[in-house]
Design a protein around this ligand. Structure first.
Ligand SMILES: Nc1ncnc2c1ncn2[C@@H]1O[C@H](COP(=O)(O)OP(=O)(O)OP(=O)(O)O)[C@@H](O)[C@H]1O
Length: 305
């Protein structure tokens, strides 16, 4: 089932089209990476999902219920972490979560138990000091605890790792991974390596249009490169292999560096087959034969250029 479904969504500011006919569907219990350059329209889309901004046209549904601008009904399914979460600095984490629970109308006892569970999940169970003295990473982690307080089906995070150092980023990514079984996560980011680390599904927005959408493995398969890399134990092995007649024309336009050779071919599977035949015949065994896959960075740069 789709937790979030967006159909033909468009948004104009004045005469300027910011979101153009966007359609996407977020499957349950996935981590969905929402990528795009500055100004691509990610925050605008999130605001429309939260009912804070009125779409010019199109439809958004959360857990099968249509989102209506200005109403918060569908937000009971959603936990939201803004890019810079704001807190009352004089409060301690437990006090703050208790206040959030009270405002949301949750049962006091349940909130106390849930707060302890969540503070432990985000590694703040021992941080019994005022939030004003928290680091950025600690504030982001508290923000996740707050967003998860009402056990949302969908957790939306707007660039949760952008301002953090590598350790802070890893902590946030680990937390998002750990909640995946219980909630669906949509997170927007510019950091491609974060997406490669934890996302099942990737959508790339460019100038308000969806230019890439699918699972990482699907996208890599669909945009497979026509390149084969073969690495030998030594440059002598490479020379002997390349000099053998059964390698034929394959090495003619190859790029060789020390022990490695890069081959390009229109039919890369056939070229790989020829290489395996040649390995069998020559008994010269490379340490690696690999059809190269595009990185997310290759894919991203290709679709946003
Ligand atoms: N209230 C507004 N009025 C006019 N234009 C706006 C408004 N809000 C956003 N925009 C424009 O819409 C476009 C998309 O902005 P948005 O903030 O959604 O992008 P983004 O992908 O979240 O970017 P970033 O990664 O920088 O946060 C930008 O050109 C921005 O200037």
């Amino acid at each position: 089932m789709s937790i979030l479904k967006i159909e033909n969504l468009s948004k104009k500011f004045g005469g300027h089209n910011v979101i153009n006919n966007l359609s996407l569907s977020v499957p349950e219990n996935t981590i969905y990476g929402f990528l795009g350059q500055n100004g691509a329209g990610k925050t605008t889309t999130m605001k429309m999902i939260l009912g804070l901004l009125k779409p010019s046209s199109g439809k958004i549904s959360v857990c099968g219920e249509e989102v209506t601008y200005g109403e918060t009904k569908t937000n009971r399914y959603i936990g939201f972490l803004p890019d810079v979460p704001e807190f009352y600095g004089y409060m301690k984490p437990k006090e703050y979560l208790a206040l959030c629970g009270e405002i949301t109308g949750l049962d006091r006892k349940a909130v106390k138990a849930k707060s302890e569970e969540l503070l432990s999940l985000v590694g703040l169970e021992k941080a019994n000091k005022r939030i004003g003295g928290f680091s950025r990473g600690m504030k982001q982690r508290l923000g996740i605890a707050q967003a998860l307080l009402s056990e949302p089906k969908l957790l939306i995070c707007d660039e949760p790792t952008s301002a953090l150092d590598p350790i802070g980023r890893k902590e946030i990514l680990d937390i998002l991974l750990s909640v995946k079984g219980k909630t669906t996560v949509v997170f927007s980011t510019h950091i491609l390596s974060d997406v490669e680390r934890i996302c099942d599904h990737v959508a790339v927005l460019n100038n308000g249009s969806l230019v890439l959408n699918g699972t990482l493995s699907q996208l890599k398969q669909n945009h497979r490169l026509d390149t084969l890399q073969i690495e030998f134990r030594s440059s002598e092995d490479l020379q002997r292999f390349a000099g053998n007649e059964c390698v034929g024309m394959l090495f003619q336009n190859a790029e060789c560096t020390d022990c490695t050779v890069i081959l390009r071919s229109k039919n890369i599977d056939e070229a790989a087959g020829q290489i395996y035949d040649a390995i069998y015949k020559t008994k010269i065994y490379p340490v690696k034969v690999e059809i190269l896959e595009p990185t997310l960075e290759n894919l991203f740069l290709e679709v946003v250029k």
